[in-house]
Design a protein around this ligand. Structure first.
Ligand SMILES: Cc1cc2nc3c(=O)[nH]c(=O)nc-3n(C[C@H](O)[C@H](O)[C@H](O)COP(=O)(O)OP(=O)(O)OC[C@H]3O[C@@H](n4cnc5c(N)ncnc54)[C@H](O)[C@@H]3O)c2cc1C
Length: 405
């Protein structure tokens, strides 16, 4: 396995980093003080520049208008974009649209691709993914209360969802609902495309998360489907395959998340080291960087980031070369390793900034409150640990039973 970044890709990453430093990071103070909607004119202007430079949708195939990068290559770009909260949106590879585009590409009919995938990848519309329900454990997504019942040529959907990220302003939702209640647990639910203007689909509210309800793309909604009727042709993939499609979304999606989190680590680490070198804390002019405790945090953070990064790149390499199924263990491990590494690094960086770290004068407080969720979404850490541990122990039990070492 060779982690050397090919020279042409490195040149693109360097240019993207320069663009982010010059045109995006200076906007962060304004972004923290305004709503997303207020920022949209500026954001759309920057999106146009990204397109002009040929950097749009790095994760999408060229024939769809993207850069056509492999998972590992996109991971490296995603790491650069993760340095600023606007990065992925500006480059057209933001969640949940990236995941929805992937499943539309893999499982959508030609009509669905023409109607939804093309404008989605082009950035003309947005989407959301409505799976989690307030009354059911999101950690066990085979437990769903939402139903889609056939009536004539339609499905009639009833359900209550929340944490439907970016629902406000989305043109359609991919809704996960039970179509086959009597089937085995993993074959009960289907994915159905629900256009946002369908009667019976409504956003109840944007949920306040860590004190911020957000708006437009930067929000998480509670939504209801009330006798919401869509044609059966809006089914995505086969009936009862909702869970299988959700699994397909997971492998590449995990790499996108983890590399974005590593970008946040990099930015936080940079800020920590800069502040430690600048902040005078002794009468004789000594700076924070002269304190051993700070030196230790720097060393620990660097080691943890390096370990998490190599684990993630190895998982991406394995998915690219032998497929997501064979990389199941790696995909499970990076989830909680990278999420927790990020949290520790942000926390140390914030601590080094003292009172300044708690303000919105740096990006650290935003990272701190926004990224706590990383240990919860995309499968809570504990679920990944338990399922990995169970699998490993079963393997060892099998080895013992067979009398092998
Ligand atoms: C910021 C954010 C964005 C999100 N975006 C979306 C979205 O766009 N679309 C969508 O559908 N959902 C989304 N979600 C929902 C997310 O997927 C769920 O919150 C997650 O799956 C956990 O489900 P839950 O909240 O119901 O927690 P629960 O299932 O109630 O679990 C609570 C806690 O119990 C523990 N736990 C649960 N099961 C086990 C187990 N088997 N073993 C040990 N411990 C366990 C874990 O610590 C877990 O955190 C988002 C969530 C957040 C926070």
């Amino acid at each position: 396995m060779d982690f050397a970044v090919p020279e042409p890709l490195q040149a693109v990453i360097d240019a993207i980093n320069d663009f982010l430093d010059a045109e995006v990071i200076p906007l962060e103070k304004e972004f923290l003080g305004k709503t997303f909607t207020e920022m949209l004119p500026v954001i759309n202007g920057l999106r146009a520049k990204v397109k002009e430079r040929g950097w749009w949708a790095p994760n999408q195939p060229k024939e769809l208008g993207g850069m056509g990068l492999s998972l590992t290559e996109h991971g490296l770009v995603s790491e650069a974009l993760g340095r600023t909260p606007l990065g992925h949106y500006l480059f057209g590879c933001q969640a949940p649209d990236a995941g929805n585009a992937e499943i539309l590409h893999m499982f959508g009919s030609e009509e669905q691709k023409a109607q939804w995938l093309k404008p989605l990848v082009n950035g003309d519309i947005r989407s959301c993914f409505a799976m989690t329900e307030p009354s059911m454990p999101g950690s066990n997504p085979i437990m769903l209360a939402s139903t889609a019942v056939k009536d004539g040529a339609d499905y009639v959907i009833n359900g209550h969802k929340w944490y439907t990220t970016s629902a406000e302003g989305a043109a359609f939702a991919v809704c996960m609902a039970v179509t086959h209640p009597d089937a085995p647990p993993h074959l009960r639910a289907s994915m159905i495309i629900v256009p946002a203007d369908t009667p019976g689909y409504r956003i109840v509210r944007n949920i306040p998360v860590m004190g911020h309800a957000g708006d437009d793309y930067f929000s998480h909604a509670e939504v209801r489907f009330e006798d919401c009727r869509v044609p059966q042709s809006n089914l995505l993939g086969g009936e009862g395959f909702g869970f299988a499609i959700a699994q397909e979304r997971l492998g590449p999606g995990r790499i996108h998340h983890c590399m974005r989190w590593l970008g946040i680590c990099k930015r936080s680490f940079d800020l920590m080291c800069q502040r430690a070198n600048e902040r005078v804390v002794d009468m004789d002019g000594g700076v924070l960087a002269s304190k051993q405790i700070i030196q230790t945090w720097v060393a620990e953070s660097a080691a943890e980031i390096q370990a998490a990064r190599l684990m993630t790149l190895q998982a991406a390499w394995k998915i690219d070369n032998v497929g997501a199924k064979a990389a199941r263990d790696e995909i499970a491990l990076i989830k909680f390793v990278v999420a927790n590494t990020m949290q520790r690094v942000i926390d140390r960086a914030l601590q080094v900034h003292g009172g300044l770290g708690m303000t919105d004068d740096t990006i650290l407080a935003f990272f701190f409150r926004q990224e706590r969720a990383a240990r919860i979404y995309d499968g809570a850490d504990e679920v990944h640990k338990v399922s990995f541990g169970k699998r490993k122990l079963r393997h060892y039990a099998g080895v013992a039973a067979a009398g092998k070492k």
